[in-house]
Design a protein around this ligand. Structure first.
Ligand SMILES: CC(C)(COP(=O)(O)OP(=O)(O)OC[C@H]1O[C@@H](n2cnc3c(N)ncnc32)[C@H](O)[C@@H]1OP(=O)(O)O)[C@@H](O)C(=O)NCCC(=O)NCCS
Length: 217
């Protein structure tokens, strides 16, 4: 019996992932899509999707032949949900589109999604539950922590390091040997030159911390 793949998250990215999965030849996988898990039972209303929502991921109990992938871009939600399901015994599946490239001596964790055109070059270490959206590139010797989301066309260059739960917006670039701390956010089109502290949002070229207006008492 083939395993049953549950896609966690029936939002826009979840529907994209379903489309990418349909382009993976059946012969290359020992699972087929059973459905989505989403807290919103109406998440697919108005969309032409035949795959059903089978339940709420927070209340779902994995069965023997279930495997999971989390198609949620928000890194905290993704890591919390994956930890919750792991604690119930869930097994996670990597989804690698046929046009994605993984070079030699790379480690890819469990539950990762490599979308069309994603490239992981050589001696790269990628943790669990990482998303590489379309045409995201990770260069030699880079390290990507658990739960990171690399949006479309992101460029993480040689030896760069992302902590846990980092979100990189579309077309963001992290220069060689630069570091981004845990749960930080890099805005779309931004360029990280050296270091971003944990839990920090940066944007622009070069990427800098947002200066919030001073609170008046
Ligand atoms: C960086 C980001 C997270 C900031 O979001 P936010 O906290 O809601 O900030 P706001 O939209 O209120 O913008 C705050 C200021 O930063 C500027 N700004 C926003 N994003 C920026 C970016 N990527 N680069 C440069 N400046 C940016 C805004 O113009 C605004 O400036 P102002 O105060 O002078 O008008 C967001 O803009 C972003 O880039 N997200 C990535 C989205 C993405 O790529 N998603 C992937 C596909 S789903």
């Amino acid at each position: 019996m083939k395993n049953r793949l549950m896609i966690i998250g029936a939002g826009g990215f979840g529907r994209e992932v379903l489309g990418w999965i349909e382009q993976i030849p059946e012969a290359c996988r020992d699972w087929s899509v059973a459905g989505f898990l989403d807290s919103n039972p109406k998440a697919l209303s108005g969309f032409n999707v035949v795959v059903p929502i089978l339940g709420d991921p927070w209340h779902y109990t994995p069965s023997e032949h279930d495997v999971f992938v989390c198609a949620i871009g928000n890194t905290r939600t993704k890591l919390d949900l994956c930890a919750h399901l792991l604690s119930k015994g869930a097994r996670f599946q990597d989804i690698v589109h046929p046009t994605a490239i993984v070079g030699p001596s790379c480690h890819i964790g469990r539950g990762c999604i490599l979308c069309p055109g994603a490239v992981v070059t050589t001696n790269v270490r990628i943790g669990d539950f990482v998303i590489l959206n379309v045409h995201a590139t990770v260069g030699h010797d880079a390290e990507i922590g658990d739960g990171c989301t690399l949006s479309g066309h992101v460029d993480v260059t040689g030896g760069a390091r992302l902590g846990r739960g980092v979100f990189l917006g579309s077309h963001a670039c992290v220069l060689p040997l630069a570091e981004v701390g845990d749960f930080s956010i890099v805005g779309a089109g931004s360029v990280v030159l050296k270091r971003v502290r944990p839990n920090t949002t940066v944007m622009g070229v070069p990427a800098q911390k947002i200066m919030l207006p001073r609170q008046t008492p």
